[in-house]
Design a binder for this molecule. Sequence first.
Ligand code: ZN
Length: 300
Amino acid sequence: MKDKAFCILLAWLVTGFGFSCNETQGQTKSRALIVDGQNNHQVWPKTTVMMKRYLEETGLFEVDVATTASKGTDANFHPDFSKYDVVVSNYNGAAWPEKTQESFVDFMNQGGGLVVVHAADNAFSNWKEYNQMIGLGGWGGRTEKSGPYVYYSEDGEVVRDTSEGRGGGHGRQHEFPVVTRNSDHPVTKGLPSEWMHAQDELYDKLRGPAQGMVVLATAYSDKGTGGSGRHEPMLMAIEFGKGRVFHSTLGHGDYSMECVGFITTFNRGCEWAATGKVTQPIPEDFPGPDKTSKRAKPEK
Ligand code: ZN
């Protein structure tokens, strides 16, 4: 979507040379790349298929998938990020090759989009720029050196807590209400003030640089279910260079990703990260405050 006029001009100039501007029905689609291949969540091949289908169903995206080797740093993992408007990470594994890391930082600095889903925020605890991109992360040896804990107080104030301690945790899985904290942001504009999310892990005590980060939604992590007793960030938007990052901590299981709240915020987050705008309406089956709403898993 960058430089659309230039793209159209170029397409006109080089028609016949195989250049494609992804024009479909008169509208330019965004190009998304899902990266996966390693994850402590064994369901990752299925959740990649689900996310790919969700994006394609919007009619706004063409989606590719880049998969690393199943173990260790994959020396052959060199996606051409510059071909894409947004990269979706479903990856939590070994470091990428240094050149791949550099090209990804360049991509983001030049205005790329990134969407981080659930355990992707566990990845790369030693990669400085990645941690700046995701704002907050968990596990992987993260401590106070990684940055503050960020959460909401009972009074609705953002707390940046620099106390010592490890980053990342969750209690028992359950259904829980997600509270919209920012109704002005394109991703969350028009969402109900509270909606019931399907069974999921409620991440708590994430910590990181949290610079240029806006918390869009939180959930209360109840000590009764093994949580932190804090209002924890669930959805975030982060600026990195000229790039945009949407971070969803939701999505532990395929059953979590069937939630219409997950699907809607994911699709809108991807559109915003890719283009800076959101054109998708809130669907009629979006969950209310008391009851979850799910869609059946797409078939392969
Ligand atoms: Zn999980």
